[in-house]
Design a protein around this ligand. Structure first.
Ligand SMILES: [Zn+2]
Length: 338
């Protein structure tokens, strides 16, 4: 009897030791790795368009606010890291004047917080107003992790900082840059690639309906001389598609309208469109994807991350042929906190 009792005690002790040991090991694994990344002491000048204030900000702290504003924190960490590197690249590109003159919009700052001009930005204290359902602390921490684990890293192509265009949802395939900005010639790292799994996101498909009158009125604003021949269904035809199956040219009445102009006029989510005529003098436009479609698709990036791909793979998938490198020393020297 006694023997059995001892055996039981011994078993319990062994079990306790095992639990204690495995817990210690587990905790050790959970400890965050120490990342020593270059250039966490750089400063950029940010024009906050909402507050109309110019501030000197630590580059990485500013990037946290950009990633928080530009991508949902519920996305996978590797997608957030890809977004952080893209956002940092754009900021540095602006700082060295790579994307044309911005000074007149910025009053001497490197970047502004207007998403239509530069990149969106949100400070932590306003996070809950943008994402009311989110756990602010948890989300912010995750975004910070993505930014600091990639601190100081940017994208280059043949040694030059790239223009890392990105968009919400590609609708299944991204677009060649010259199809959206006709003044630009083909850029290898901004060429179309397939992007799977994006149909599972709410941004994938949108539908808008216009009455014939509304539709014609909007067109007349931009094309005062446009002549309609009669029935809507006989007046509209997509006559040319881009290689990614986006509307390139649409004939409406006696006028040829570029697909990108069509999207702008009717505030469409994208130029991947299907057109229907559900009733008398009514037009229904269904769009696939969200945004211009060039460069990295954020939903696509999240899909790849969920399949186990890391941020480097994601970035090199969407920006063909790029390198992920530390900020060049000559740029870093200029932005070092004085
Ligand atoms: Zn700007």
């Amino acid at each position: 009897m006694l023997k059995v009792k001892y055996k039981i005690i011994l078993l319990i002790v062994c079990l306790l030791i095992f639990i204690l040991l495995s817990k210690t090991l587990y905790n050790k694994k959970e400890e965050p790795e120490k990342f020593v990344k270059p250039y966490t002491d750089l400063e950029v000048i940010v024009y906050n368009t909402r507050e109309q204030v110019i501030r000197y900000m630590n580059l990485e702290e500013y990037i946290v606010g950009v990633v928080a504003a530009e991508m949902q924190a519920s996305f996978s960490i590797e997608a957030l890291k890809a977004q952080a590197v893209a956002a940092r690249t754009y900021t540095l590109g602006r700082a060295i004047g790579k994307y044309g003159t911005a000074w007149e919009n910025h009053f001497g700052s490197h970047v502004c917080t207007n998403p239509a001009h530069c990149q969106a930005y949100i400070p932590k204290e306003l996070y809950s107003t943008w994402y009311p359902k989110a756990d602010v602390e948890k989300s912010w921490q995750k975004v910070e992790q993505a930014v600091y684990e990639t601190a100081g890293l940017i994208l280059t192509y043949e040694g030059e900082i790239i223009n890392p265009l990105y968009h919400a949802n590609s609708g299944g395939i991204t677009e060649d840059v010259q199809e959206v900005w006709s003044s630009v010639s083909q850029i290898p790292y901004l060429s179309r690639v397939y992007s799977e799994g994006e149909d599972g996101y709410s941004s994938y498909e949108k539908k808008v309906v216009f009455s014939g009158d509304e539709f014609r009125k909007i067109l007349k604003k931009t094309y005062p001389d446009i002549v309609f021949s009669g029935e809507l269904s006989e007046d509209i035809e997509v006559i040319q598609y881009t290689s990614s199956n986006r509307a390139k040219e649409i004939v409406i009445g006696n006028t040829v309208v570029p697909g990108t102009k069509f999207r702008e006029m009717f505030s469409l989510a994208s130029t991947q469109i299907e057109i229907y005529f559900p009733g008398d003098d009514t037009i229904e436009i269904i769009t696939f994807g969200f945004g211009h479609g060039v460069g990295m698709s954020q939903c696509g990036a999240n899909e790849l991350a969920e399949k186990g791909k890391d941020y480097e793979y994601i970035l090199q998938y969407y920006y063909t042929g790029v390198e992920i490198e530390p900020i060049p020393e000559e740029i870093a020297t200029d932005l070092k906190k004085k």
